[in-house]
Ligand binder design. Structure first.
Ligand code: ARG
Length: 262
């Protein structure tokens, strides 16, 4: 009887194993014990007009480079996964995570209560500050107090967009797909200022003459990586490596490589 049971059990195990293998979707996974969208890969979604966190390399005009790409590479390697980066609109990243098109959204993304309803966030790896870019010598915008009375350029679906809409109303905003377009609009005079994260602000101001950043900041925020609520194993594995890399200074090293202390 015992022998018979053992055989039945073995059979059931073999059958369920092959059944799993037959299903392609189910099969796409499991390296170092974590499930990912495609076996052996960590697919990261980002929006690469956000220097120095993510931008297109000048060298080949197509590779996504920057802080987030390097952090993802470091963690993917530790997890035994090959990093693949998908460049998309910032506003699509959360839904791409939710629908299982990508494994992780890594895009200088601020943790917010609203986003936490749709995705899980990793441990935070950096801080961001929303600042205001104005034309040098602007008389219209000299401090945050002027924001209610002017036209503000924001990056679509970002915290700058969301908070400005709450504070000043949609009529005072023009949302652009990315930070480069925001800055372009400011230079064209389509908007009076741009509310945007401090590091891309610095990058744009140093590349474009005649712009400056107001001294006072609008908000301070935490950046983290976004994961599907359905894959907490991947989140945990990512966090474990991330926290080790924060503790041993590797993450700071990457930040310092792109952000000069000044
Ligand atoms: N920190 C802001 C947010 O989460 C802006 C992020 C924009 N990131 C990007 N890669 N374009 O809303």
């Amino acid at each position: 009887m015992k022998k018979f049971l053992a055989i039945v059990l073995a059979l059931v195990m073999v059958l369920s194993f092959t059944a799993c293998g037959a299903d392609k979707k189910e099969a796409a996974q499991e390296t170092s014990g974590v499930k990912t969208v495609q076996a052996g890969k960590l697919i990261m979604g980002t929006s690469a007009a956000f220097p120095p966190y993510e931008f297109i390399s000048d060298e080949d005009g197509e590779t996504v480079v920057g802080i987030d790409a390097e952090i993802a590479e470091l963690i993917a390697t530790e997890l035994g996964l090959e990093l693949q980066i998908e460049d998309m609109e910032f506003s699509s990243i959360i839904s791409a995570v939710q629908s299982g098109k990508i494994d992780v959204g890594l895009a200088g993304m601020t943790v917010t209560e609203e986003r936490l309803k749709n995705v899980n966030f990793s441990t935070s790896y950096a801080q961001g500050v929303q600042v205001v870019i104005v034309p040098e010598g602007s008389t219209k915008v000299t401090s945050l107090d002027d924001l209610p009375n002017v036209m503000i350029g924001v990056q679509e679906s970002t915290t700058g967009h969301i908070y400005c809409e709450g504070d000043f109303g949609a009529d005072h905003l023009i949302a652009y797909a990315n930070s480069t377009l925001c800055v372009q609009a400011l230079k064209n005079g389509d908007v009076d200022c741009v509310v945007i994260d401090n590091q891309p602000a610095l990058a744009h101001v140093s590349k474009n003459e005649g712009l400056k950043i107001l001294d006072s900041a609008y908000t301070v925020e935490d950046y983290a990586a976004a994961f599907s609520k359905d894959n907490t194993e991947l989140l945990d594995a990512f966090n474990k490596v991330l926290e080790e890399k924060i503790a041993d200074g590797s993450i700071q090293k990457i930040l310092d490589k792109y952000i000069s202390a000044n």
